[in-house]
Design a protein around this ligand. Sequence first.
Ligand code: SF4
Ligand code: ZN
Length: 318
Amino acid sequence: MRCRKCDRQAVINMRQHKLALCEVHYPEWFILQVQRTIEKYHMFGYDDRVLVAVSGGKDSLSLWDVLLRLGYQADGLYIDLGIGRSDSGAAGYSAASREKAERFASQRSGARFIVVDLWAEYGETVPEVAKRVHRGRGRPCSVCGLIKRHVMNRVAREDNYTVLATGHNLDDEAATLLGNLLHWQIGYIARQAPVLLASGDGFARKVKPLCRLYERETAAYALLSGIDYIYDECPYAVGATSLYHKELLNRLEEESPGAKLQFYLGFLRARETGLFCEQGGAVELHPCINCGQPTSAPGLCTFCRLWKSQKESADDRP
Ligand code: SF4
Ligand code: ZN
């Protein structure tokens, strides 16, 4: 198959767009799609300071790469969750993904790279916090999500970033939407958007510039751009419901190319007409009495409660 724009051999055929492109024209197309998404949803401009949450995976590193190529002021933030860190300090998933992110950053001289090591700063890794809070039951993902959101917001606030960008792709967004729809979680559905506006003081605007690009398209961009990323998933992702939803959507896509994109874009159009928006309702926020970050909970925010219980269990020890 030939590239639509030149006579070279195509490296990717995007059936949903009826478009095949070569190794030169595909990265150009990808960068243009990201730029269009940023502009369409008014995500940020060249004066904004953007903090990109990088995990060492293909999506977040590709996003950082594209933003730098487009000339945005984009710095990277890596949160070391301590996943796979044994008591002996042996390397695991977090160490391997951190290395990928560090290597990527070291090759981008103009950009700043920030690392927050949870274990070094707070004395516990994500699996340890989850074990303490959940008493060893279930996966640590809810605690992990809460910690990541808190740390991202904290760094954005302390270092005056106006925008927080994450590498969520179309597959992630469509799977989240499907999961929320299956359970009719209207509040979550109403809050799912490519841009979450800063709500009052203390929250950076959150954006997802890859939300209209398939996971396969991001992987192809990373590969063709020579981005070295971690292939392995987090060990706790195995068996997650979101992966099952992704699989279901992939089957739909197989039968009907473009189904995933239509599903998600149709939702965004419905959102624009005001559907679901009332249920989103503004939540009243006030500063946490410990860390100062905005919270809807009275007194301490949920993040500070996590560490309060760590202190209490230490105090209870004989
Ligand atoms: Fe965190 Fe769960 Fe994702 Fe692993 S799979 S990084 S534990 S949210
Ligand atoms: Zn707090």
